[in-house]
Design a protein around this ligand. Structure first.
Ligand code: PLP
Length: 445
């Protein structure tokens, strides 16, 4: 087949051609089997080829696939919004459907700004985010992202938004240790708000567990409680970007539920449809909707495909599948098993510096020296080698670093579908173990 027309991530790379997927496995044109150890980009959370989802997709397609949201609403869109309001913590009772995580975070930003405008406050237009974060690839979402590699070509076009340090305990940005650090990384938010001016800040956005830019960074106890106290003190909304962590991935419906904190706005994507169709959502709490309902009565955003019947029917079927098979609890249990096994591999390995994460969102950070934690050299990154060798042996994992030499770690994410069995986890681990041994041997370690 001629492959000269599709713009792929790396143009000269020789990607295998996928033939089909079943459960936690993908098969290529030569029937080579791959265990999906990352759910693609942390997306295929109920595995591939699930018949219930295919049926739901088929049933809805037979009725109607698309309507324009300014002309019609649809049963699946209404039902999905209702379902989300039932399963989400607190009063996140409103859903705005979009097509990608980037659109969901960018919409969250716009809703936060609009919330203040509805009350006559027009200066609160900036969103503070964390350096070493990823909120999406569109210009607004990228402006909020501290992902150097994805920003660098467009810096002059991005909004110059304030940022704070990520809670990266393995490489503390302040060279301190928890708990004597007194959560300085959270206190930094207060300093940045004061320096920028409370009257300019609409919201603070964070991935509850940092994903693509740092591989499953879990902040220490008390971090989010402190963040939320600061947000409340300065009238700053709290947006949880749960595009990667949401819908059970970390062993809770939302990752923020690991802490005693209620977000004002939530961005969802990826696992929401488990990859069966493009759909994402911005969830809004009653408190934030209230002035909008009383004011302009409309959210100034939207896309042609927003809330289309086909995608909403698929996402609804995915949520029902997750509920039926109690996959949130299963993720917590299987994740604990997988993490323990990864920690065992790390103990005997000379290149695994850190194993971290929650549920089935786990990160492994590689170092060339465990004591000095030396890592990430753009010319030679261990994670790249691990990924290449894993793929050759039939295991897919996900590279996670923000591309900033000397700051970012060299890491991968292991995030198999939530339906993975412990036997399949052992299969994944056996390949990973072999790969780590091979890389160490190549490095002469
Ligand atoms: N937010 C987070 C936390 C993500 O991990 C991603 C994608 O990796 C996005 C936003 C952007 O989502 P999408 O790639 O669907 O636009």
């Amino acid at each position: 087949m001629n492959r000269d027309h599709l713009i792929k991530p790396i143009l000269e790379a020789d990607y295998p051609m996928v033939k089909y997927g079943k459960g936690v496995y993908l098969y290529d044109q030569d029937n080579k089997k791959y265990i999906d150890g990352s759910s693609g980009a942390v997306t295929a959370s109920i595995g591939h080829g699930v018949q219930e989802i295919i049926n739901a997709m088929n049933e809805q397609a037979k009725k109607v696939s698309f309507v324009y949201r300014s002309q019609f609403t649809s049963e699946p869109a209404e039902a999905l919004a209702k379902k989300l309001s039932e399963i989400m913590p607190g009063d996140l009772n409103w859903s705005f459907f979009v097509n990608s995580g980037s659109e969901a975070t960018e919409t969250a930003m716009k809703i936060a700004i609009q919330y203040w405008q509805e009350q006559g406050v027009y200066t609160k237009t900036k969103v503070i985010s964390r350096w070493m974060s990823y909120h999406g690839i569109t210009m607004g979402a990228l402006s909020m992202s501290g992902h150097v590699a994805r920003r660098e070509r467009f810096v002059s076009l991005l909004d110059d938004l304030p940022s704070v340090s990520a809670p990266y305990c393995y490489r503390c940005p302040f060279n301190l240790t928890y708990p004597s650090c007194d959560l300085l990384c959270a206190s930094e938010l207060e300093r940045v708000i004061q320096r920028t001016g409370e009257d300019k800040i609409a919201a603070f956005i964070a991935e509850p567990i940092v994903g693509a830019s740092a591989a499953a960074l879990v902040p220490p106890a008390g971090y989010y409680e402190k963040i939320k106290t600061i947000c409340d003190r300065y009238n700053v909304l709290f947006i949880a970007d749960e595009v990667m962590t949401g819908i059970g991935r970390t062993g809770k419906m939302l990752a923020i539920e690991h802490w005693e904190v209620q977000p004002d706005i939530v961005a969802l994507g990826k696992g929401m449809s488990a990859g069966y169709t493009p759909i994402a959502a911005t969830l809004v709490s009653d408190r934030i909707m209230d002035p909008i309902l009383k004011g302009s009565k409309s959210i100034m955003s939207g896309h042609t495909y927003s809330a289309n019947p086909l995608s909403t029917a698929v996402a609804l079927a995915v949520l029902e599948f997750i509920e039926k098979h109690q996959l949130v609890d299963v993720a917590a249990d299987t994740g604990k098993y997988l993490k323990e096994k990864l920690q065992e591999i790390a103990k005997k390995s000379s290149i695994i510096g850190d194993v971290r994460g929650e549920g089935l969102l786990l990160g492994i950070e590689f170092v060339t020296n465990k004591i000095e934690k030396r890592s990430f050299n753009k010319a030679f990154n261990i994670s790249g080698l691990v990924i290449k060798k894993s793929m050759k042996k039939g295991l897919l994992v996900y590279q996670a670093n923000a591309g900033e030499e000397g700051v970012t770690g060299d890491a991968i994410i292991i995030s198999p579908p939530l339906v993975i069995t412990k036997k399949e986890v052992d299969e994944l681990l056996a390949i990973l173990n072999e790969v780590i041994d091979e890389v160490e041997e190549e490095l002469g370690l």
